[in-house]
Design a protein around this ligand. Structure first.
Ligand SMILES: Nc1ncnc2c1ncn2[C@@H]1O[C@H](COP(=O)(O)OP(=O)(O)O)[C@@H](O)[C@H]1O
Ligand SMILES: [Mg+2]
Length: 479
Protein backbone atom coordinates (compact mmCIF):
# COMPACT_ATOMS: atom_id res chain seq x y z
CA UNK A 1 0.00 0.00 0.00
CA UNK A 2 1.25 3.49 -0.82
CA UNK A 3 2.28 5.63 2.13
CA UNK A 4 -0.13 8.34 3.15
CA UNK A 5 1.10 11.82 2.27
CA UNK A 6 1.13 14.59 4.85
CA UNK A 7 1.80 18.19 3.83
CA UNK A 8 3.70 20.27 6.40
CA UNK A 9 3.14 24.03 6.05
CA UNK A 10 5.36 26.19 8.28
CA UNK A 11 7.78 29.03 7.56
CA UNK A 12 10.34 27.93 10.18
CA UNK A 13 12.79 25.46 8.63
CA UNK A 14 13.58 23.88 12.03
CA UNK A 15 9.95 23.04 12.67
CA UNK A 16 9.51 21.68 9.15
CA UNK A 17 12.57 19.51 9.65
CA UNK A 18 11.38 18.18 13.03
CA UNK A 19 7.94 17.43 11.71
CA UNK A 20 9.01 15.78 8.46
CA UNK A 21 11.50 13.58 10.34
CA UNK A 22 8.82 12.54 12.81
CA UNK A 23 6.30 11.85 10.01
CA UNK A 24 8.81 9.69 8.18
CA UNK A 25 9.39 7.78 11.41
CA UNK A 26 5.65 7.12 11.75
CA UNK A 27 5.50 5.71 8.26
CA UNK A 28 4.06 8.68 6.33
CA UNK A 29 5.41 10.46 3.29
CA UNK A 30 6.00 14.13 4.21
CA UNK A 31 5.80 17.05 1.75
CA UNK A 32 6.82 20.60 2.75
CA UNK A 33 5.76 24.16 2.03
CA UNK A 34 6.74 27.48 3.66
CA UNK A 35 4.19 29.94 2.25
CA UNK A 36 0.49 30.22 1.40
CA UNK A 37 1.33 30.07 -2.31
CA UNK A 38 3.57 27.03 -1.99
CA UNK A 39 1.09 25.27 0.28
CA UNK A 40 -1.74 25.52 -2.24
CA UNK A 41 0.49 24.53 -5.15
CA UNK A 42 1.68 21.55 -3.19
CA UNK A 43 -1.85 20.58 -2.19
CA UNK A 44 -2.90 20.62 -5.85
CA UNK A 45 0.10 18.67 -7.11
CA UNK A 46 0.69 16.17 -4.35
CA UNK A 47 -2.87 15.44 -3.17
CA UNK A 48 -1.89 14.88 0.48
CA UNK A 49 -4.35 13.02 2.72
CA UNK A 50 -3.59 15.37 5.64
CA UNK A 51 -2.15 18.85 6.15
CA UNK A 52 -0.32 20.26 9.19
CA UNK A 53 -0.92 23.96 8.83
CA UNK A 54 0.75 26.84 10.66
CA UNK A 55 -1.50 29.87 11.10
CA UNK A 56 1.15 32.59 10.77
CA UNK A 57 2.72 32.46 7.34
CA UNK A 58 4.86 35.18 5.71
CA UNK A 59 2.46 35.85 2.80
CA UNK A 60 -0.86 35.45 4.60
CA UNK A 61 -2.82 33.44 7.12
CA UNK A 62 -3.09 29.68 7.42
CA UNK A 63 -6.81 30.26 7.77
CA UNK A 64 -6.90 31.38 4.12
CA UNK A 65 -5.07 28.21 3.14
CA UNK A 66 -7.63 26.23 5.13
CA UNK A 67 -10.48 27.91 3.29
CA UNK A 68 -8.93 27.25 -0.11
CA UNK A 69 -8.18 23.63 0.73
CA UNK A 70 -11.70 23.01 1.93
CA UNK A 71 -13.04 24.57 -1.24
CA UNK A 72 -11.04 22.08 -3.28
CA UNK A 73 -11.78 19.07 -1.11
CA UNK A 74 -14.27 19.11 1.76
CA UNK A 75 -12.89 15.79 2.98
CA UNK A 76 -9.30 17.00 3.43
CA UNK A 77 -7.94 16.55 6.97
CA UNK A 78 -6.34 19.79 8.17
CA UNK A 79 -4.64 20.08 11.56
CA UNK A 80 -3.85 23.67 12.57
CA UNK A 81 -0.61 24.51 14.39
CA UNK A 82 0.06 27.79 16.17
CA UNK A 83 2.40 29.37 18.70
CA UNK A 84 -0.13 31.49 20.54
CA UNK A 85 -3.56 29.99 20.46
CA UNK A 86 -6.11 32.77 20.07
CA UNK A 87 -9.70 31.92 20.79
CA UNK A 88 -10.91 33.68 17.64
CA UNK A 89 -8.47 31.75 15.49
CA UNK A 90 -9.54 28.47 17.04
CA UNK A 91 -13.17 29.25 16.47
CA UNK A 92 -12.75 30.33 12.87
CA UNK A 93 -10.49 27.36 12.11
CA UNK A 94 -12.99 24.91 13.55
CA UNK A 95 -15.81 26.62 11.68
CA UNK A 96 -13.70 26.48 8.56
CA UNK A 97 -13.55 22.70 8.85
CA UNK A 98 -10.17 22.12 10.56
CA UNK A 99 -9.93 18.67 12.07
CA UNK A 100 -8.01 19.72 15.18
CA UNK A 101 -5.75 22.36 16.73
CA UNK A 102 -2.28 21.83 18.16
CA UNK A 103 -0.21 24.43 20.07
CA UNK A 104 3.52 25.06 19.91
CA UNK A 105 5.77 23.69 21.31
CA UNK A 106 4.48 20.62 19.60
CA UNK A 107 4.06 17.48 21.66
CA UNK A 108 5.01 14.82 19.12
CA UNK A 109 3.13 12.00 20.85
CA UNK A 110 -0.03 14.06 20.82
CA UNK A 111 0.54 14.95 17.17
CA UNK A 112 1.01 11.32 16.18
CA UNK A 113 -2.33 10.34 17.70
CA UNK A 114 -4.08 13.36 16.18
CA UNK A 115 -2.76 12.58 12.70
CA UNK A 116 -3.71 8.93 12.97
CA UNK A 117 -7.25 9.78 14.10
CA UNK A 118 -7.55 12.53 11.53
CA UNK A 119 -6.58 10.23 8.67
CA UNK A 120 -9.01 7.60 9.93
CA UNK A 121 -11.80 10.18 10.10
CA UNK A 122 -10.87 11.39 6.64
CA UNK A 123 -11.12 7.88 5.26
CA UNK A 124 -14.52 7.38 6.84
CA UNK A 125 -15.70 10.68 5.46
CA UNK A 126 -14.53 9.73 1.99
CA UNK A 127 -16.29 6.41 2.30
CA UNK A 128 -19.50 8.11 3.36
CA UNK A 129 -19.27 10.46 0.38
CA UNK A 130 -18.73 7.49 -1.90
CA UNK A 131 -21.58 5.50 -0.45
CA UNK A 132 -23.81 8.54 -0.75
CA UNK A 133 -23.04 9.06 -4.40
CA UNK A 134 -23.42 5.34 -5.07
CA UNK A 135 -26.75 5.35 -3.30
CA UNK A 136 -28.03 8.29 -5.27
CA UNK A 137 -26.99 6.45 -8.42
CA UNK A 138 -28.70 3.27 -7.24
CA UNK A 139 -31.94 4.96 -6.30
CA UNK A 140 -31.98 7.26 -9.24
CA UNK A 141 -35.15 7.60 -11.34
CA UNK A 142 -33.28 5.93 -14.20
CA UNK A 143 -33.40 2.69 -12.22
CA UNK A 144 -37.18 2.67 -12.41
CA UNK A 145 -38.02 0.64 -15.48
CA UNK A 146 -41.14 1.37 -17.47
CA UNK A 147 -42.19 3.02 -20.72
CA UNK A 148 -45.90 2.37 -20.63
CA UNK A 149 -48.02 5.50 -20.65
CA UNK A 150 -49.24 4.80 -17.13
CA UNK A 151 -45.74 4.43 -15.75
CA UNK A 152 -44.24 7.32 -17.71
CA UNK A 153 -46.83 9.64 -16.23
CA UNK A 154 -46.21 8.31 -12.74
CA UNK A 155 -42.45 8.78 -13.00
CA UNK A 156 -42.79 12.26 -14.47
CA UNK A 157 -45.05 13.30 -11.61
CA UNK A 158 -42.71 11.79 -9.02
CA UNK A 159 -39.74 13.68 -10.49
CA UNK A 160 -41.63 16.92 -10.30
CA UNK A 161 -42.61 16.26 -6.71
CA UNK A 162 -39.02 15.33 -5.80
CA UNK A 163 -37.74 18.70 -6.97
CA UNK A 164 -40.58 20.61 -5.34
CA UNK A 165 -40.79 21.79 -1.76
CA UNK A 166 -43.86 19.65 -1.06
CA UNK A 167 -43.63 18.64 2.58
CA UNK A 168 -45.74 15.52 2.22
CA UNK A 169 -46.42 12.99 -0.52
CA UNK A 170 -48.78 10.03 -0.66
CA UNK A 171 -47.84 6.97 -2.71
CA UNK A 172 -50.67 4.57 -3.41
CA UNK A 173 -50.29 1.26 -5.16
CA UNK A 174 -50.78 -2.45 -4.68
CA UNK A 175 -48.10 -4.44 -2.94
CA UNK A 176 -45.03 -4.89 -5.14
CA UNK A 177 -45.74 -1.98 -7.50
CA UNK A 178 -42.59 -0.13 -6.45
CA UNK A 179 -43.60 2.19 -3.61
CA UNK A 180 -40.32 1.72 -1.73
CA UNK A 181 -38.34 2.23 -4.88
CA UNK A 182 -40.21 5.40 -5.78
CA UNK A 183 -39.94 6.81 -2.24
CA UNK A 184 -36.16 6.42 -2.38
CA UNK A 185 -35.95 7.94 -5.85
CA UNK A 186 -37.95 10.93 -4.60
CA UNK A 187 -35.62 11.37 -1.63
CA UNK A 188 -32.40 10.97 -3.58
CA UNK A 189 -33.73 13.16 -6.37
CA UNK A 190 -34.49 16.02 -3.98
CA UNK A 191 -32.41 18.72 -2.35
CA UNK A 192 -32.57 16.51 0.74
CA UNK A 193 -30.48 13.77 -0.82
CA UNK A 194 -27.55 14.35 1.56
CA UNK A 195 -29.87 14.17 4.55
CA UNK A 196 -31.12 10.93 6.03
CA UNK A 197 -33.81 8.69 4.55
CA UNK A 198 -35.72 7.01 7.37
CA UNK A 199 -38.15 4.24 6.48
CA UNK A 200 -40.66 3.42 9.20
CA UNK A 201 -43.12 0.59 8.88
CA UNK A 202 -46.20 1.82 10.72
CA UNK A 203 -47.45 -1.73 11.14
CA UNK A 204 -44.28 -2.84 12.90
CA UNK A 205 -43.92 -0.38 15.78
CA UNK A 206 -45.79 -1.18 19.00
CA UNK A 207 -48.62 1.28 19.62
CA UNK A 208 -47.53 2.48 23.03
CA UNK A 209 -44.00 3.27 21.99
CA UNK A 210 -44.57 4.86 18.69
CA UNK A 211 -45.22 8.43 19.79
CA UNK A 212 -41.91 8.75 21.60
CA UNK A 213 -40.20 6.83 18.80
CA UNK A 214 -41.47 9.36 16.31
CA UNK A 215 -41.24 12.59 18.25
CA UNK A 216 -38.80 11.82 21.08
CA UNK A 217 -39.34 12.55 24.74
CA UNK A 218 -38.09 14.78 27.53
CA UNK A 219 -36.42 13.38 30.60
CA UNK A 220 -38.98 12.13 33.11
CA UNK A 221 -41.93 12.43 30.74
CA UNK A 222 -42.83 8.83 31.58
CA UNK A 223 -41.50 6.17 33.93
CA UNK A 224 -38.84 4.80 31.63
CA UNK A 225 -37.74 8.13 30.27
CA UNK A 226 -34.46 8.49 32.15
CA UNK A 227 -32.91 10.84 29.67
CA UNK A 228 -34.04 13.10 26.86
CA UNK A 229 -34.31 11.23 23.61
CA UNK A 230 -34.54 12.43 20.04
CA UNK A 231 -37.33 10.91 18.01
CA UNK A 232 -37.12 9.85 14.40
CA UNK A 233 -38.57 13.12 13.15
CA UNK A 234 -35.78 14.98 14.90
CA UNK A 235 -33.08 12.64 13.64
CA UNK A 236 -34.44 12.94 10.13
CA UNK A 237 -34.10 16.75 10.06
CA UNK A 238 -32.97 17.82 6.60
CA UNK A 239 -34.05 14.49 5.15
CA UNK A 240 -37.08 12.33 4.44
CA UNK A 241 -39.25 10.06 6.56
CA UNK A 242 -40.95 7.22 4.72
CA UNK A 243 -44.07 6.11 6.57
CA UNK A 244 -44.81 2.77 4.98
CA UNK A 245 -48.24 1.21 5.45
CA UNK A 246 -49.60 4.47 6.81
CA UNK A 247 -53.06 2.85 6.86
CA UNK A 248 -51.87 0.85 9.88
CA UNK A 249 -51.01 3.94 11.92
CA UNK A 250 -53.03 4.11 15.11
CA UNK A 251 -55.81 6.74 14.96
CA UNK A 252 -54.37 8.75 17.86
CA UNK A 253 -51.06 9.05 16.10
CA UNK A 254 -52.78 9.98 12.89
CA UNK A 255 -54.09 13.07 14.68
CA UNK A 256 -50.59 13.91 15.96
CA UNK A 257 -49.08 13.41 12.51
CA UNK A 258 -51.71 15.68 10.99
CA UNK A 259 -50.89 18.39 13.49
CA UNK A 260 -47.17 18.09 12.73
CA UNK A 261 -47.78 18.32 8.99
CA UNK A 262 -50.11 21.29 9.27
CA UNK A 263 -47.93 23.27 11.64
CA UNK A 264 -44.54 22.32 10.28
CA UNK A 265 -43.42 21.76 13.87
CA UNK A 266 -43.33 18.96 16.39
CA UNK A 267 -43.05 18.55 20.13
CA UNK A 268 -41.26 15.91 22.16
CA UNK A 269 -43.42 13.85 24.52
CA UNK A 270 -43.47 15.82 27.76
CA UNK A 271 -41.94 18.82 25.98
CA UNK A 272 -43.24 22.37 26.26
CA UNK A 273 -42.04 24.00 23.09
CA UNK A 274 -42.55 23.31 19.43
CA UNK A 275 -39.49 22.52 17.36
CA UNK A 276 -39.52 23.50 13.68
CA UNK A 277 -39.60 20.55 11.32
CA UNK A 278 -37.50 20.30 8.17
CA UNK A 279 -38.51 16.83 7.05
CA UNK A 280 -40.42 15.62 4.04
CA UNK A 281 -42.92 12.90 4.85
CA UNK A 282 -43.59 10.31 2.17
CA UNK A 283 -46.49 8.09 3.17
CA UNK A 284 -47.33 4.87 1.36
CA UNK A 285 -50.32 2.59 1.36
CA UNK A 286 -51.46 -0.42 -0.58
CA UNK A 287 -55.03 0.28 0.43
CA UNK A 288 -57.28 2.96 -0.93
CA UNK A 289 -57.11 5.46 1.94
CA UNK A 290 -60.09 7.36 0.64
CA UNK A 291 -62.43 4.43 1.01
CA UNK A 292 -60.72 3.51 4.28
CA UNK A 293 -61.53 6.97 5.60
CA UNK A 294 -65.09 6.74 4.36
CA UNK A 295 -65.37 3.63 6.52
CA UNK A 296 -63.78 5.47 9.47
CA UNK A 297 -60.67 3.32 9.38
CA UNK A 298 -58.48 6.27 8.51
CA UNK A 299 -58.78 9.91 9.50
CA UNK A 300 -60.41 11.79 6.67
CA UNK A 301 -58.60 15.04 7.53
CA UNK A 302 -55.22 13.31 7.39
CA UNK A 303 -56.18 11.71 4.10
CA UNK A 304 -57.04 15.16 2.69
CA UNK A 305 -53.74 16.58 3.92
CA UNK A 306 -51.70 13.73 2.47
CA UNK A 307 -53.57 13.54 -0.81
CA UNK A 308 -52.63 17.10 -1.76
CA UNK A 309 -49.76 15.40 -3.56
CA UNK A 310 -50.85 11.88 -4.35
CA UNK A 311 -49.04 9.57 -6.72
CA UNK A 312 -50.84 6.44 -7.85
CA UNK A 313 -48.59 3.64 -9.00
CA UNK A 314 -50.36 1.47 -11.56
CA UNK A 315 -50.49 -2.30 -11.07
CA UNK A 316 -48.18 -4.27 -13.36
CA UNK A 317 -51.10 -5.77 -15.33
CA UNK A 318 -51.92 -2.24 -16.56
CA UNK A 319 -48.43 -1.55 -17.81
CA UNK A 320 -48.47 -3.48 -21.09
CA UNK A 321 -45.04 -4.24 -22.48
CA UNK A 322 -43.32 -3.04 -19.29
CA UNK A 323 -43.61 -6.64 -18.14
CA UNK A 324 -41.13 -7.74 -20.78
CA UNK A 325 -38.89 -4.73 -20.25
CA UNK A 326 -38.74 -5.46 -16.55
CA UNK A 327 -38.06 -9.10 -17.31
CA UNK A 328 -35.03 -8.14 -19.43
CA UNK A 329 -33.84 -5.91 -16.64
CA UNK A 330 -34.14 -8.63 -14.01
CA UNK A 331 -32.57 -11.24 -16.31
CA UNK A 332 -29.51 -8.98 -16.62
CA UNK A 333 -29.41 -8.46 -12.86
CA UNK A 334 -29.67 -12.15 -12.04
CA UNK A 335 -27.22 -13.16 -14.76
CA UNK A 336 -24.67 -11.15 -12.84
CA UNK A 337 -25.74 -12.27 -9.41
CA UNK A 338 -26.18 -15.95 -10.25
CA UNK A 339 -23.34 -16.11 -12.81
CA UNK A 340 -25.70 -17.34 -15.51
CA UNK A 341 -26.00 -16.64 -19.20
CA UNK A 342 -29.73 -16.58 -19.72
CA UNK A 343 -30.74 -14.68 -22.86
CA UNK A 344 -34.42 -14.18 -22.26
CA UNK A 345 -37.82 -15.79 -22.48
CA UNK A 346 -39.04 -18.33 -24.99
CA UNK A 347 -41.93 -16.86 -27.01
CA UNK A 348 -44.54 -18.94 -25.21
CA UNK A 349 -43.29 -17.77 -21.83
CA UNK A 350 -43.30 -14.17 -23.06
CA UNK A 351 -46.93 -14.78 -23.96
CA UNK A 352 -47.70 -16.23 -20.53
CA UNK A 353 -46.01 -13.24 -18.90
CA UNK A 354 -48.07 -10.85 -21.01
CA UNK A 355 -51.36 -12.50 -20.15
CA UNK A 356 -50.84 -13.24 -16.48
CA UNK A 357 -52.39 -10.70 -14.12
CA UNK A 358 -49.47 -10.44 -11.66
CA UNK A 359 -51.33 -9.95 -8.37
CA UNK A 360 -47.94 -9.55 -6.63
CA UNK A 361 -46.85 -7.04 -9.28
CA UNK A 362 -43.15 -6.32 -9.93
CA UNK A 363 -42.05 -8.19 -6.81
CA UNK A 364 -43.78 -11.34 -8.07
CA UNK A 365 -42.26 -10.94 -11.53
CA UNK A 366 -38.82 -10.52 -10.02
CA UNK A 367 -39.26 -13.64 -7.89
CA UNK A 368 -40.54 -15.71 -10.81
CA UNK A 369 -37.58 -14.66 -12.96
CA UNK A 370 -35.13 -15.41 -10.15
CA UNK A 371 -36.61 -18.83 -9.46
CA UNK A 372 -36.59 -19.85 -13.11
CA UNK A 373 -33.07 -18.59 -13.60
CA UNK A 374 -31.80 -20.58 -10.63
CA UNK A 375 -33.39 -23.75 -12.00
CA UNK A 376 -32.95 -23.39 -15.76
CA UNK A 377 -30.00 -25.15 -17.34
CA UNK A 378 -30.48 -23.81 -20.86
CA UNK A 379 -30.13 -20.33 -22.30
CA UNK A 380 -33.78 -19.33 -22.01
CA UNK A 381 -36.47 -19.16 -19.41
CA UNK A 382 -38.86 -21.88 -20.52
CA UNK A 383 -42.19 -22.84 -19.06
CA UNK A 384 -40.61 -25.77 -17.20
CA UNK A 385 -40.01 -24.04 -13.91
CA UNK A 386 -42.77 -21.46 -13.88
CA UNK A 387 -44.93 -21.59 -10.74
CA UNK A 388 -48.21 -23.36 -11.36
CA UNK A 389 -50.28 -20.19 -10.89
CA UNK A 390 -48.85 -18.62 -14.01
CA UNK A 391 -49.90 -21.54 -16.14
CA UNK A 392 -53.46 -21.76 -15.01
CA UNK A 393 -54.07 -18.04 -14.77
CA UNK A 394 -52.65 -17.32 -18.18
CA UNK A 395 -53.87 -20.11 -20.46
CA UNK A 396 -52.04 -20.24 -23.76
CA UNK A 397 -53.98 -19.25 -26.78
CA UNK A 398 -52.72 -19.35 -30.35
CA UNK A 399 -50.03 -16.71 -30.49
CA UNK A 400 -49.44 -14.67 -33.58
CA UNK A 401 -47.14 -12.06 -32.09
CA UNK A 402 -43.55 -11.92 -33.20
CA UNK A 403 -41.19 -13.81 -30.93
CA UNK A 404 -39.07 -11.82 -28.50
CA UNK A 405 -35.69 -11.00 -29.95
CA UNK A 406 -33.08 -13.68 -29.78
CA UNK A 407 -35.49 -16.31 -28.51
CA UNK A 408 -36.03 -19.54 -30.37
CA UNK A 409 -39.48 -20.13 -31.77
CA UNK A 410 -41.42 -22.82 -30.02
CA UNK A 411 -44.93 -23.78 -31.09
CA UNK A 412 -46.40 -24.56 -27.69
CA UNK A 413 -44.96 -24.66 -24.21
CA UNK A 414 -43.08 -27.86 -23.64
CA UNK A 415 -44.76 -30.04 -21.06
CA UNK A 416 -42.80 -29.91 -17.83
CA UNK A 417 -40.60 -32.93 -18.34
CA UNK A 418 -38.13 -32.77 -15.48
CA UNK A 419 -40.26 -32.55 -12.33
CA UNK A 420 -41.49 -36.11 -12.83
CA UNK A 421 -44.86 -37.39 -13.96
CA UNK A 422 -47.48 -37.00 -11.25
CA UNK A 423 -50.56 -37.99 -13.22
CA UNK A 424 -50.40 -40.23 -16.23
CA UNK A 425 -52.25 -38.85 -19.20
CA UNK A 426 -54.61 -41.49 -20.67
CA UNK A 427 -53.69 -42.37 -24.24
CA UNK A 428 -57.09 -41.12 -25.49
CA UNK A 429 -56.51 -37.71 -23.82
CA UNK A 430 -58.51 -35.94 -21.16
CA UNK A 431 -60.42 -32.67 -20.65
CA UNK A 432 -58.04 -30.68 -18.47
CA UNK A 433 -60.74 -28.24 -17.36
CA UNK A 434 -62.85 -31.08 -16.02
CA UNK A 435 -59.92 -32.52 -14.08
CA UNK A 436 -59.21 -29.11 -12.63
CA UNK A 437 -62.79 -28.52 -11.60
CA UNK A 438 -63.04 -31.92 -10.06
CA UNK A 439 -59.92 -31.20 -7.99
CA UNK A 440 -61.31 -27.85 -6.90
CA UNK A 441 -64.54 -29.53 -5.76
CA UNK A 442 -62.61 -32.16 -3.83
CA UNK A 443 -60.45 -29.51 -2.14
CA UNK A 444 -63.53 -27.56 -1.04
CA UNK A 445 -65.11 -30.73 0.35
CA UNK A 446 -61.89 -31.77 2.10
CA UNK A 447 -61.43 -28.36 3.69
CA UNK A 448 -65.05 -28.23 4.82
CA UNK A 449 -65.61 -25.13 2.71
CA UNK A 450 -62.63 -23.20 4.10
CA UNK A 451 -61.31 -21.34 1.04
CA UNK A 452 -57.91 -20.54 2.49
CA UNK A 453 -57.30 -24.17 3.34
CA UNK A 454 -58.66 -25.34 -0.03
CA UNK A 455 -56.32 -22.93 -1.83
CA UNK A 456 -53.42 -24.33 0.20
CA UNK A 457 -54.36 -27.87 -0.75
CA UNK A 458 -54.20 -26.87 -4.40
CA UNK A 459 -51.07 -24.78 -4.07
CA UNK A 460 -52.77 -21.69 -5.45
CA UNK A 461 -53.68 -18.29 -4.01
CA UNK A 462 -57.12 -17.56 -2.59
CA UNK A 463 -57.80 -15.20 -5.46
CA UNK A 464 -56.95 -17.92 -7.93
CA UNK A 465 -59.27 -20.30 -6.09
CA UNK A 466 -62.09 -17.76 -6.10
CA UNK A 467 -61.63 -17.29 -9.82
CA UNK A 468 -62.08 -21.03 -10.32
CA UNK A 469 -65.05 -21.24 -8.01
CA UNK A 470 -66.70 -18.53 -10.03
CA UNK A 471 -66.05 -20.50 -13.19
CA UNK A 472 -67.45 -23.58 -11.52
CA UNK A 473 -70.57 -21.68 -10.54
CA UNK A 474 -71.00 -20.32 -14.05
CA UNK A 475 -70.64 -23.70 -15.65
CA UNK A 476 -73.13 -25.28 -13.24
CA UNK A 477 -75.54 -22.40 -13.88
CA UNK A 478 -75.17 -22.87 -17.57
CA UNK A 479 -75.91 -26.56 -17.50
N1 LIG B 1 -40.36 -0.01 -12.13
C1 LIG B 1 -39.46 -0.81 -11.53
N2 LIG B 1 -38.26 -0.99 -12.10
C2 LIG B 1 -37.34 -1.80 -11.53
N3 LIG B 1 -37.54 -2.48 -10.40
C3 LIG B 1 -38.73 -2.35 -9.78
C4 LIG B 1 -39.75 -1.50 -10.31
N4 LIG B 1 -40.82 -1.55 -9.49
C5 LIG B 1 -40.49 -2.38 -8.50
N5 LIG B 1 -39.24 -2.87 -8.66
C6 LIG B 1 -38.59 -3.87 -7.78
O1 LIG B 1 -39.60 -4.75 -7.34
C7 LIG B 1 -39.48 -5.06 -5.97
C8 LIG B 1 -40.69 -4.59 -5.19
O2 LIG B 1 -40.75 -3.18 -5.19
P1 LIG B 1 -41.10 -2.33 -3.87
O3 LIG B 1 -40.67 -0.93 -4.11
O4 LIG B 1 -40.55 -3.00 -2.65
O5 LIG B 1 -42.70 -2.44 -3.88
P2 LIG B 1 -43.77 -2.02 -2.78
O6 LIG B 1 -43.06 -1.18 -1.76
O7 LIG B 1 -44.81 -1.25 -3.54
O8 LIG B 1 -44.32 -3.29 -2.22
C9 LIG B 1 -38.19 -4.40 -5.54
O9 LIG B 1 -37.16 -5.33 -5.68
C10 LIG B 1 -38.02 -3.26 -6.52
O10 LIG B 1 -36.69 -2.89 -6.65
MG1 LIG C 1 -43.01 -1.68 0.31
Amino acid sequence: MAKEKVLVVDDEPMIRWTLTEALRGWGYEPVEAATVQAALASFDNEHPQAVLLDINLPDGSGLDVLREIKRRSTNAVVIMITANVLIEDTISAMRGGAYDFIGKPINLNELQVTIRNGLEAGKLRKEVTMIRSERSRMFNFDQIIGQSIAMTQTIALAKKVAESEASSVLLQGESGTGKDLLAKAIHYGSRRSDGPFFPINCAAIPGTLIESELFGHEKGSFTDARARKEGLFEQAQGGTIFLDEIGELELGLQAKLLRVLEEGAFRRVGGLKDLPLDVRVIAASNRDLKSESERNLFRLDLYYRLSVIQIDIPPLRDRGEDVLMLTDYFVKQFNEKLRKRIRGLTPDVAEIFRRYNWPGNVRELRNVVERSMILEDGEHITSTYLPRGLWTEAPIRQHHEAPTTGAPTAALPAAPAQPGVMFRLPAEGIALEDVEMSLVRQAITLSGGNQTRAAELLGISRDQLRYRLKKLEESSNAS
